[in-house]
Ligand binder design. Structure first.
Ligand SMILES: Cc1ncc(COP(=O)(O)O)c(C=O)c1O
Length: 460
C-alpha cells in the first residue's frame, strides 16, 4: 500500500490520543474492514511517520502493538505485511466475478418483479416516437421525471418534475452531491453503521466521513453539524431503523446549519404500520436521493435526486464530466413500473414480510445465541453474533458457498466485527438451507480453523 494512500485512509483516526494508539486503531480497523487486504505491505515506519507528520517512535510503537496482536507480520528484510490474528487465508480475496456462490447475501436486493416483462413491452412502444431524437436527456426523460414527482408527492413529499434529476441509482446521486457540494478535506456526517458504498464515495471524494451512531432506537445526534449529513431514515441499511415523525422533526431542528441528504433507497418498503412522511417534507432544503433498485429492480440502474432546480443544474453540470444521461429505454421501463407501483409494492412487501418472519423463526430455533431487533422496513437484519467475529464467519461461509458482508464493512473505523448484516431476500423455501450454512460457518468460526479466502469488499 502506497504511503500517501495509507496516510489518507488513516486520516479519520488521527488526532486521537495517545498518537501511537490512534495509528494502531486505524490500521487494525483498515485490516478488519478489508481496506488493507491481508498480505499487503505497509510502508516503512520512517516513511509513514513522515507522511503522517508524526515521530518515528510513534509509528514504531503502533507497529509493535499490531505485531503483538497479530495484525502485522514482519518478514526479515521484506518489511511488514497486514495479517489477521491467527488466520492466514491460503487463497486470494473473493471477487464479485468469482465462481458463483450457492447463496449470495452480499447483496440486499430482490429479483425483478413479474411486472417488469410487461413494463418492457409497453416501453418499447413508447420508445418509437422518441427514436427521431438524439436520445440524450441530461435531467431525465420527461415522462419519468413526472412519474417520480407523482410518486414522491403520493408519499407526502410534494414534488414537481423540475425538482427531479434522473440518475444511474441513488449511489450515483450521492456521488453527484459530493462532487458539487463537498469541499476536499471537509467532514461529512454519516450514520454508523451505514451502507459501505456511502462511505467509499466519501473517501473517493477526499472528504472525511465522521460517524454518527445509529441503532434500532434511533440516531445518537452529536453536536450541531456543518456541511453534508447523509441519512437513511426509512429501513436503514443495515440496522433496519425507521425514524418516527418526532425523530424526523428533532433531526431537522438539530441540523440547521448542515445540509441533509436523505437517502430513501428503502423508503417504499415499510413492512408493518403506516409509512411516516418523508424526511424531506420536514425540511424544504433537504436533498432526497431515491432508487428503483430495492423496491423494483437493481438491474435497471436508475434512481433520482430531488432538489431545487438551481441545485439540480449544478449536479447536472457535475454529471457532465462522468456520463451524459441515463439510457432511454430503461427510463421508459421505470416509468411503466412507477405507474404500476401499487401492485408491485404490495407484492414486494408481502414477500419480504414472509421471508423476514421465516428467517427470524429459523434463526431463533437454530442459533439462539444470535440476537437482533425485528425490523419494520427494508430487507435486512442486523445480527449480534453473540461474541463471534463476522469477518471470520463470512470467510468460513464463503468456503461453504455463502457470500456475506461482515459488519466492519459498514463502519467508518472497521468496528462492528461482532455484527452481521443478513438480508431477508431469499424465498421462504431457501431459508432452511441458509440457516444450515450459517450454523456450519458459525461453528467453524468458533474454532481456530482458518478460512481459505476473505470476503469480497464488493457489496450492495
Ligand atoms: C443506503 C443505500 N443507498 C444507496 C444504495 C445503492 O442504490 P442504487 O442501486 O440506487 O445506487 C444502497 C444499496 O444497497 C443503499 O443501501
Amino acid at each position: 500500500v502506497r504511503v500517501d494512500r495509507l496516510a489518507l485512509l488513516l486520516a479519520p483516526w488521527l488526532g486521537g490520543a495517545p498518537a501511537y494508539a490512534a495509528v494502531a486503531t486505524g490500521l487494525r480497523g483498515l485490516a478488519l474492514d478489508g481496506r488493507l487486504p491481508v498480505g499487503s505491505r505497509v510502508p516503512s515506519e520512517r516513511a509513514l511517520a513522515v507522511a503522517l507528520g508524526l515521530s518515528r517512535t510513534t509509528v514504531t510503537a503502533a507497529y509493535d502493538v499490531l505485531r503483538g496482536e497479530g495484525y502485522l507480520r514482519s518478514d526479515y528484510g521484506a518489511g511488514s505485511a497486514v495479517a489477521l490474528p491467527g488466520a492466514r487465508p491460503a487463497g486470494p480475496d473473493d471477487q464479485p466475478g468469482d465462481r458463483p456462490a450457492v447463496l449470495d447475501l452480499s447483496v440486499a436486493a430482490l429479483p425483478a418483479p413479474a411486472a417488469l416483462v410487461h413494463a418492457v413491452h409497453e416501453a418499447t412502444h413508447k420508445l418509437r416516437p422518441m427514436l427521431a431524437g438524439h436520445g440524450l436527456h441530461p435531467l431525465g426523460v420527461p415522462a419519468l421525471r413526472e412519474a417520480i414527482a407523482d410518486h414522491l408527492t403520493g408519499r407526502g413529499l410534494r414534488t414537481t418534475p423540475d425538482q427531479v434529476l434522473v440518475t444511474a441509482g441513488a449511489l450515483h446521486g450521492w456521488n453527484l452531491v459530493l462532487t458539487a457540494l463537498g469541499r476536499v478535506g471537509s467532514r461529512v456526517l454519516v450514520e454508523q453503521p451505514t451502507y459501505p458504498a456511502v462511505l467509499d464515495a466519501v473517501s473517493a471524494h477526499r472528504l472525511r466521513a465522521t460517524p454518527m451512531p445509529v441503532g434500532p432506537a434511533g440516531w445518537d445526534l452529536p453536536v450541531a453539524p456543518g456541511g453534508l449529513v447523509h441519512l437513511t431514515p426509512d429501513g436503514q441499511n443495515p440496522t433496519g431503523f425507521s425514524a418516527t415523525a418526532l425523530q424526523r422533526r428533532d433531526l431537522v431542528r438539530w441540523a440547521t446549519g448542515g445540509t441533509l441528504v436523505v437517502d430513501e433507497t428503502f423508503a417504499d418498503l415499510t413492512l408493518n404500520g403506516r409509512p411516516v412522511r418523508p424526511l424531506g417534507a420536514f425540511d424544504q432544503h433537504a436533498i432526497t436521493l431515491g432508487s428503483m433498485s430495492k423496491a423494483f429492480w437493481a438491474g435497471l440502474r436508475l434512481g433520482w435526486v430531488r432538489a431545487e432546480p438551481d441545485l439540480l443544474r449544478r449536479l447536472t453540470q457535475a454529471r457532465g464530466a462522468q456520463d451524459l444521461a441515463s439510457p432511454v429505454l430503461e427510463q421508459l421501463v421505470a416509468t411503466e413500473l412507477l405507474h404500476a407501483a401499487e401492485g408491485v409494492l404490495t407484492e414486494r412487501r408481502a414477500g419480504l414480510r414472509a421471508s423476514r418472519d421465516a428467517l427470524i423463526a429459523a434463526l431463533r430455533d437454530a442459533l439462539p445465541a444470535w440476537s437482533f431487533v425485528r425490523p419494520h422496513a427494508g430487507m435486512v437484519l442486523w445480527v449480534d453474533l453473540g461474541g463471534l467475529s463476522s469477518t471470520r464467519l463470512a470467510g468460513h461461509a464463503l468456503d461453504l458457498g455463502l457470500r456475506l458482508t461482515p459488519g466492519p464493512r459498514f463502519t467508518v473505523d472497521g468496528t462492528a466485527d461482532g455484527l452481521l448484516r443478513l438480508p431477508f431476500t431469499l424465498p421462504v423455501a431457501q431459508v432452511p438451507q441458509l440457516v444450515e450454512l450459517l450454523k456450519e460457518a458459525g461453528a467453524r468460526a468458533g474454532t481456530r480453523a482458518v478460512a481459505s479466502r476473505l470476503p469480497s469488499r464488493w457489496t450492495a
